[in-house]
Design a protein around this ligand. Structure first.
Ligand code: GTP
Ligand code: MG
Length: 501
C-alpha cells in the first residue's frame, strides 16, 4: 500500500539526513523532492504547492531543538503537515474516532453513492459488519441498485454472509424501494439502514438525478461517497462532482491495498473539504478500517510508529538516568552489569523485532541480527560471570573465558565477540558523551546548569552503589522530537497490549 509514495519520501529526506542544521539550501532540495513525490503520486498541483510552501516555512522557522537531529525535525514537520492535509476534526468524536451521525427518532439512514465498480455494494456489507461490532446496531441493507441485474443478488449473498437482513423489491424504482425500506426497518426493529445505489461509468445527469432524488426522499444522516483509490485524481474529480449534487458527509476510499501512489488519499479532503471516514484495504468483509490521518501519515513516511517508540522511550528513560550514565561512562565505570541492565530494560519494552520495526529506515537493517535468541545468549554469558568479571571484563584470562562459556552453554568465540562488541560500544558511547551528545541521544534537552547539578547528584549515587536502570539505552535509535505530546493512558494501554508488556 502506497509503496511508491513512501519510497519517494524516503529519497526526499536524504538531502537532509546527516546535515547539522536545517538551512535554506538543504530545505530547498528536500522540498523540491517532496513536490516531485507528490506530483508523481497524482496529487494535484495546487495542493502540492501549498503543501511544500507550508513545509518550507515551518522548517525554516523552526527553532533548533537540541533533542532532535535536523532530519528527524524535518520528518516531524512533514508528518504533521500530512496529518493536517487529511484531517477533519469535526468528523471525529471525543476519542478521535470517526463519528457517525446516528439519530434516535427513526432508523439512521446511510446513503452510499459512487461510480461503477468503486466498491459500493461490497462496502455496504463491510460497513454494516463494522458498525454491528463497533456500535451494536441492527442494520438493514437496501438493494437500491436496479441498474445491474445481478446487483440485488450480490447484496443478498453478502447480507447472508454477515447475518444482516436485506430489503429488496422486484419491479420497482430505487426511490420507492428506499422509501418502503424505511417503513420496513421500523417494523423490523432496525436502527440503521444502508442504501446501496447504482453506479455509472462516468458522472452523468441520469445517475445524479436518481441519487439526489433518493437523498431528498430519505434525508440520510450520512451520505458517503465510495471512491476507488486506484483511480487517483479521477476519484478526486468524481468526489467533487458528487459533492456539488449531494449533501456528502464523508468519503470511503476503497482498494487502498492496490494503490501504490496515494494521490486520492492525500487530496480528497483538501479538494472537496469532505473527510475520509473509512478505507477499504482488501476484498474480505473485515477489510474495512476506520481512517486515522496520523496512522496514514506514519505509513506514508515509512516511519512506522516512531512517535510511539519515542514516547515509550521517554517513559522508560528519565533525564537523571541519562546523566548518571554519562557520568559513569566518563569515569570509566560502565560495566557489564550496566550493559545487562540495559538489555533487560530494552527487552521489557517488547519483542526486539517489533521495536526495530518502529524505527525509521529500519526496513534497511539486517533484522535477523536482532533476534530474541541472540539476546538470550548474551544474557546467559553475562550471567555466568562473577561480579568482578563483569566489572573488569577486559582482564579475563583464557581459563576464565572457558569457564564462563561452559557455564552459559555457549562457546568462547561467542564470548570473545561479546567482549569485543562491549569494548567497542564503550569506546563509542564514551566518545559520544565527550562530545556531549549522550543526553541528546536520549532525547532530552538538558540545560547546562541542570546537567551540572544532576551530575553532582549522580556522583553521590554511584558512590553509594546505585545502578541506573537503563542507559539512554536507545542510543542510536534516534531522539525524541521536541514538544512531543505525552501519551494518554489509553494510548499507553494500547501500546502495552501490542507489545505484550
Ligand atoms: N482489493 C480490493 N478490492 C475491493 C475493495 N473494495 C471492493 N473491492 C472489489 O471491487 C469490485 C467491485 O466491487 P462492488 O462492491 O461490486 O462495486 P460497486 O461499486 O457496487 O459496483 P457497481 O454496483 O457495478 O457500480 C469487487 O470485486 C470487490 O471485491 C477493496 O478495498 N480492496
Ligand atoms: Mg454495486
Amino acid at each position: 500500500m502506497l509503496e511508491n509514495l513512501t519510497e519517494r519520501f524516503r529519497e526526499a529526506f536524504k538531502s537532509i539526513t546527516g546535515q547539522s542544521k536545517l538551512t535554506e539550501d538543504n530545505v530547498k532540495d528536500a522540498v523540491r523532492a517532496i513536490k516531485r513525490a507528490l506530483l508523481e503520486a497524482d496529487v494535484n498541483l495546487a495542493v502540492a504547492k501549498r503543501f511544500v510552501d507550508d513545509v518550507r516555512d515551518k522548517a525554516l522557522g523552526a527553532e533548533v531543538l537540541s533533542g532532535v537531529n535536523p532530519a528527524q525535525q524535518f520528518i516531524k514537520i512533514v508528518h504533521d503537515e500530512l496529518v493536517a492535509l487529511m484531517s477533519d476534526p469535526s468528523s471525529r468524536d471525543d476519542e478521535g474516532r470517526v463519528r457517525i451521525n446516528f439519530t434516535r427518532s427513526r432508523p439512521t439512514v446511510v446513503l452510499m453513492a459512487g461510480l461503477q465498480g468503486s466498491g459500493k455494494t461490497t462496502t455496504c456489507a463491510k460497513l454494516a459488519a463494522l458498525l454491528v461490532k463497533r456500535n451494536k446496531v441492527k442494520p438493514l441493507l437496501v438493494a437500491a441498485d436496479l441498474q445491474r441485474p445481478a446487483a440485488v443478488e450480490q447484496l443478498k449473498v453478502l447480507g447472508k454472509q454477515i447475518g444482516v437482513d436485506v430489503y429488496a423489491e422486484e419491479k420497482s424504482t430505487p426511490p420507492t424501494v428506499c422509501r418502503n425500506a424505511l417503513d420496513f426497518a421500523r417494523k423490523n426493529a432496525n436502527d440503521l439502514i444502508i442504501l446501496d445505489t447504482a453506479g455509472r461509468l462516468h458522472v452523468d445527469e441520469a445517475l445524479m438525478k436518481e441519487v439526489s432524488e433518493i437523498a431528498k426522499l430519505t434525508e440520510p444522516e450520512e451520505v458517503l461517497l465510495v471512491c476507488d483509490a486506484m483511480t487517483g485524481q479521477d476519484a478526486v474529480k468524481s468526489a467533487k462532482a458528487f459533492d456539488e449534487r449531494l449533501p456528502l458527509t464523508g468519503v470511503i476510499l476503497t482498494k487502498l491495498d492496490g494503490d501504490a501512489r496515494g494521490g486520492a488519499a492525500l487530496t480528497v479532503k483538501a479538494v472537496t473539504g469532505k473527510p475520509i471516514k473509512f478505507i477499504g484495504v482488501g476484498e474480505k468483509i473485515e477489510q474495512l478500517e476506520e481512517f486515522f490521518p496520523d496512522r496514514m501519515a506514519g505509513r506514508i513516511l515509512g516511519m512506522g510508529d516512531v512517535v510511539t517508540l519515542v514516547e515509550k522511550a521517554q517513559s522508560v528513560i528519565d533525564e537523571k538516568t541519562a546523566v548518571e550514565m554519562e557520568h559513569k561512562l566518563l569515569a570509566d565505570e560502565f560495566t557489564m552489569e550496566d550493559f545487562l541492565d540495559q538489555i533487560e530494560a530494552i527487552q521489557k519494552m517488547g519483542p526486539i523485532k517489533d521495536l526495530m520495526k518502529m524505527i525509521p529506515g529500519a526496513a534497511n537493517l539486517p533484522m535477523d541480527q536482532f533476534d530474541e535468541r541472540g539476546i538470550v545468549h548474551l544474557k546467559a554469558l553475562i550471567q555466568s560471570m562473577t561480579v568482578r568479571e563483569r566489572r573488569f571484563p577486559d582482564q579475563l584470562s583464557n581459563s576464565r573465558k572457558v569457564r564462563i562459556a561452559k557455564g552459559s552453554g555457549r562457546n568462547v568465540d561467542e564470548l570473545n565477540k561479546l567482549l569485543k562488541g562491549f569494548d567497542q560500544m564503550r569506546k563509542m558511547v564514551k566518545a559520544m558523551s565527550q562530545q556531549g551528545i549522550l543526553g541528546r541521544v536520549a532525547g532530552y534537552n538538558i540545560k547546562r546548569k541542570r546537567v551540572k547539578r544532576l551530575r553532582n547528584e549522580a556522583k553521590g549515587a554511584s558512590k553509594g552503589g546505585a545502578r541506573p536502570g537503563l542507559l539512554g539505552g536507545l542510543s542510536g535509535f534516534g531522539g525524541a522530537p521536541g514538544g512531543m505530546k505525552q501519551p494518554t493512558p489509553a494510548e499507553i494501554e494500547a501500546f502495552k497490549k501490542r507489545f505484550k508488556i
